[in-house]
Design a protein around this ligand. Structure first.
Ligand SMILES: O=C(O)CCC(=O)C(=O)O
Length: 262
């Protein structure tokens, strides 16, 4: 299912391609996207570009509301692979992020790390970026290799460029595109069933969808044994407005079940 080489690539680079690991769960997830678009959650955030191109639909924390998502997250080997990659005894689901760039959508996903947006922190984290459509190299998500170990927490911004936390003076994300020659940028052509596993701290970004095909993705985030709650200076993304927690307390609760081992 997953080799020691893949685990050490993930540890070294902060991102690794996993071929064909979710083949049996793609059809269900594709169906769930349509159900989800028809019944979005209160967290849904759809960007409609000013240039009139097609929308970028996003929703969060819906894995347990639609059968196809639930099956991909909870019945596939995702939890077991997460535990292996994190070298963790258990794998706890944090949340899912649904990202559909409809054909022609002009929105570029800016370079960012995920960790600064979240109410959880740890060394043991992994997200699976799971496309539900074929993705050629020029339209794939990209990662700055080793950026997860730079010791940085760059300022979180919404995908429309606004700051997530008002008055945040933390360091801004460097201009990755202007420095592509001096960085090791990773990105892979992908098929439905493949995934990229990456750390919450790895810098990543994704191009617009100038193609006539949809670009449907589910990104599922997991944490391991060392996960702790962290207080941020405002609403995190995703937000959990009802949740009460202490800064530094062990991460857990019914919203975030341990799915491996069962
Ligand atoms: O698919 C995208 O456009 C961005 C995905 C992303 O940022 C993520 O999965 O963390």
């Amino acid at each position: 299912m997953i080799t020691e080489q893949q685990i050490s690539d993930f540890e070294r680079d902060g991102a690794v391609l996993l071929k064909g690991v979710f083949n049996d769960w793609i059809e269900g997830a594709q169906q769930a996207i349509e159900e989800n678009k028809a019944n979005p959650s209160w967290r849904e955030r759809t960007y409609n570009p000013e240039d009139g191109s097609s929308p970028f639909f996003q929703d969060y924390c819906v894995w347990n509301q639609f059968d196809g998502y639930r099956s991909l997250v909870a019945d596939s080997p995702m939890g077991a692979i997460a535990a292996k990659l994190m070298r963790s005894k258990k794998a706890r689901i944090f949340h899912d992020h649904i990202l559909v760039k409809e054909p022609g959508n002009s929105i570029v996903t800016p370079w960012h790390q995920d960790s600064p947006y979240y109410l959880v922190e740890g060394e043991q984290t992994v997200s699976f970026w799971v496309p539900l459509d074929p993705i050629p190299r020029e339209r794939t998500i990209e990662y700055v290799a080793t950026s997860h170990s730079w010791g940085k927490n760059f300022k979180p911004k919404r995908f429309d460029g606004t700051d997530l936390f008002e008055g945040d003076t933390s360091e801004t994300v460097p201009d990755v595109d202007a420095n592509r020659d001096s960085l090791n940028i990773l990105g892979w052509e992908m098929e439905p069933g493949d995934a990229v596993a990456f750390s919450f701290r790895t810098l990543h970004g994704a191009p617009a969808n100038a193609s006539p095909s949809r670009r449907r993705v589910i990104s599922a985030r997991w944490v391991g044994d060392d996960a702790k709650f962290v207080k941020r200076p405002g609403n995190t993304s995703p937000a959990f407005p009802e949740l009460e927690y202490e800064d530094g307390a062990p991460f857990g609760g019914e919203d975030f079940p341990v799915l491996y081992p069962r």
